[in-house]
Design a protein around this ligand. Structure first.
Ligand code: SAH
Length: 352
């Protein structure tokens, strides 16, 4: 039987566990909660008696996520993690060190079922959703790891841009956002969190009403439905006008601009006419476009355009008064892009 995951519980749930399962006083929940935020194992919770710790360990686990391997880029300070879950599944994450603090890229599912043509996370489909504890556990494990290197470091920003489609694991993701923001939890501001979706329109509309002022990133990657359908199966379910309407609802409900991610793919979506069409579609929408030169995935014959084509596309959008930037590439030597590391490890049949 799998053990109870303590990380991811609310304060009330933790109190109930302490009273009902352990037969201890409520105040223990606060003590345990503080250890959980720091990423301590149950063994390390030294203000609890040895016998209490051993009883707890039999039925529960503090953090269900463990860093199995960490790879540091030689080019910048980006560090990539391969995490192992309690059931042996692997997920990955990456921490990027910016001048304004550390940003962690977090996964929400093992694998993904969205089937985007250019994405390595989806090649073997979705294995399962992550639990709240497993999503939060990545942040806690990464925090502990970077603080061991330098105690002034701390995860300051979170992007839900690892493997998985966050809105396909809606309830756990929403609960995660509330937990990670809770004052008794990690207390990370929702304004420092981005949620990226391939465009599950009904879920986007529901999410707009949750009262969570995170940045919504939408993986658009195309200026029209024809091109989008060729690279993103989800475009068959929701045409672009419905997607953009849901974005307008998000802006209206939250007062926050939407960020569109646009991976530039050679001979697919980066001609000048595509920039013009994109600018026309986005006109009047409070948004920013993040251009990402495609990270080549060897399994697919899709590649990035030349640097000149990237900057020409950017200039064309700017000329049409669309706010846009080209995303800086980080950790290029450590399989920095989504799903690439886990896939490499699975392919090489590395055992853990
Ligand atoms: N499922 C969510 C979260 C994944 S976020 C979503 O689709 O938004 C990861 C971002 O990286 C998405 O914008 C995704 O489309 C993009 N991406 C995936 N593979 C890529 C690649 N090979 N090169 C560039 N961007 C890629």
């Amino acid at each position: 039987m799998s053990r109870i995951q303590l990380l991811g519980m609310s304060q009330t749930e933790l109190e109930r566990f302490v009273v009902e399962e352990l037969g201890e006083g409520k105040f223990r929940a606060k003590q345990i909660g503080q250890w959980l935020n720091r990423g301590a194992d149950i063994d390390e919770m030294t203000n609890l008696s040895r016998s209490l710790r051993s009883r707890m360990s039999e039925m529960a686990v503090s953090n269900p996520v463990r860093i199995l391997e960490a790879y540091k880029s030689k080019l910048d300070e980006t560090e990539k993690f391969l995490y192992v879950l309690e059931d042996g599944n692997l997920i990955e994450g990456v921490v990027m060190r910016y001048h304004h603090g550390d940003t962690l890229c977090v996964s929400t599912q093992v694998g993904c079922r969205m089937g985007c043509a250019f994405c390595a996370s989806t090649l073997e489909g979705r294995v399962r959703n992550l639990t709240v504890g497993e999503i939060l556990g990545q942040v806690v494990a990464a925090n502990r790891h970077i603080q061991a290197q330098d105690e002034t470091r701390k995860i300051h920003n979170i992007v839900l841009m690892g493997s998985g489609e966050p809105l396909d694991n809606y309830d756990s993701v929403v609960t995660f956002l509330r937990r990670v923001n809770a004052p008794e939890g990690l207390n990370i501001s929702l304004r420092n969190i981005s949620l990226s979706t391939c465009g599950l329109v009904p879920k986007m509309r529901a999410f707009a009403k949750e009262g969570l002022p995170v940045t919504l990133s939408v993986s658009l990657h195309a200026p029209n439905d024809d091109i989008r359908r060729r690279i993103m199966p989800i475009a068959n379910a929701y045409p672009m006008n419905e997607l953009l309407d849901a974005c307008r609802v998000y802006v209206a409900e939250t007062g926050r601009r939407v960020v569109f991610e646009y991976a530039l793919i050679r001979n697919v979506n980066c001609a000048m006419e595509h920039a013009d069409e994109l600018a026309a579609r986005l006109r009047g929408l409070q948004c920013h476009v993040n251009l990402i030169p495609l990270n080549d995935v060897p399994e697919r014959s899709l590649e990035a355009p030349s640097r000149q084509d990237v900057s020409a596309f950017l200039k064309r959008l700017e000329k049409r008064h669309i706010s846009a930037t080209v995303r800086r590439e980080m950790g290029a030597d450590i399989e920095g892009a989504c799903g690439q590391l886990r896939r490499k490890v699975l392919q090489e049949g590395q055992t853990i």
